[in-house]
Write a protein that binds this ligand. Structure first.
Ligand code: P6P
Length: 315
């Protein structure tokens, strides 16, 4: 069996970049260990603070952020950290060539009910500054803490999956992951239908119409409420994830964050042959204006994403 270190070496990944990915992988192992014992150690629950997003910070949000911070500040190749849990970017004072943007624990509201959550990260050239397009990412990935703990990585071309073994080693479990171009599954929070725009309503209505409708096939709907869980399912068996701009999120630009949720997931899905759009623009082409900027996110199987884009083109 090939492990992460061997795979990175065999694929001649730049050693400094590989060390950044390895640091995030090591942080994810430590976070995995914390999560799996949290109900025993009592680390479930909120800390009575809100982050810049205005969301109640869970104890595990703060712990996970501290774990990532520890691993990255100990890596001389990383000079800047942008985190969902930190109002400002952290400058480590090194000349490290890389910037890491991360959501240390995405979906943490699901922890109390033992649903899959994850750590999402994006690696960029620090010289490019804090506000770079997603197309400039040098690597992106996530750890999914589920029945198995997976690490899903891309350096822009292929998508590779590792599974955490019982001895704490990341073992290669899938290479060259490709996302199914078509699908019969869509993921959207349907409780928000009253806020949706015409394009979202039109696309979902076609799916709900099933075999006798314009889509000509029966669809199923899945919404975990944990982006990493939904995206992992979509990468593994196809589908589309939608958090479109709606009348309620309009004022904030969307729900999900560009630098450390939308961009890394868009690079992964695109590298696997899928599509990633706001509905009107490719996510990877967006020019960020703030490190915590929110954007609409529609990504997944190419044919499904194209149908949504066609709805937006109708105006
Ligand atoms: P809603 C989790 O808080 C998150 O950021 C994503 O992981 C998830 O896809 C989304 O929000 C869920 O949002 O509005 O359905 O609770």
């Amino acid at each position: 069996m090939t492990n992460l270190a061997q795979w990175l070496s065999q694929h001649a990944v730049d050693q400094k970049l590989a060390s950044v990915v390895a640091s995030m992988a090591a942080a994810s192992v430590e976070i995995d260990q914390v999560l799996r014992r949290a109900p025993i150690t009592g680390q479930i629950g909120v800390v009575g603070r809100t982050n810049i997003q205005g969301e109640a910070q869970k104890a595990l949000d703060v712990i996970s952020n501290d774990v990532v911070l520890k691993h990255l500040q100990d890596n001389p190749e990383v000079s800047i950290l942008v985190s969902e849990e930190l109002d400002e970017a952290v400058h480590f004072g090194t000349n490290g060539p890389y910037l890491v943007a991360t959501d240390p624990l995405d979906g943490s509201s699901n922890l109390d009910v033992n649903v899959t959550v994850g750590t999402i990260f994006s690696v960029l050239d620090a010289a490019g500054g804090l506000l770079q397009k997603g197309s400039a990412q040098l690597a992106a990935g996530y750890a999914a803490y589920g029945p198995a703990t997976n690490l899903v990585l891309t350096f822009g071309q292929d998508v590779t999956v590792f599974t955490l073994d019982l001895d704490g080693d990341w073992v290669l479990s899938k290479e060259g992951l490709r996302i199914a171009p078509a699908s019969e599954e869509y993921a959207i929070n349907t409780a928000r239908e009253r806020f949706w725009d015409a394009a979202t309503k039109g696309y979902v209505a076609e799916n709900v119409a099933g075999e006798s409708g314009p889509a000509g096939k029966r669809y199923n709907m899945r919404w975990v409420g944990s982006m990493v869980a939904d995206i992992h399912r979509i990468l593994m068996r196809g589908g589309i994830f939608m958090y479109p701009l709606d009348s309620e999120t309009m004022s904030k630009g969307g729900r999900l964050r560009l630098l450390y949720e939308a961009n890394p997931m868009a690079l992964l899905v695109t590298a696997a042959g899928g599509g990633a759009t706001t509905g009107r623009q490719k996510i990877l082409d967006l020019q960020p204006n703030d490190i915590h900027q929110r954007v609409p996110v529609i990504l997944g199987s190419a044919e499904e994403v194209a149908r949504v884009e066609a709805w937006y083109e109708r105006g």
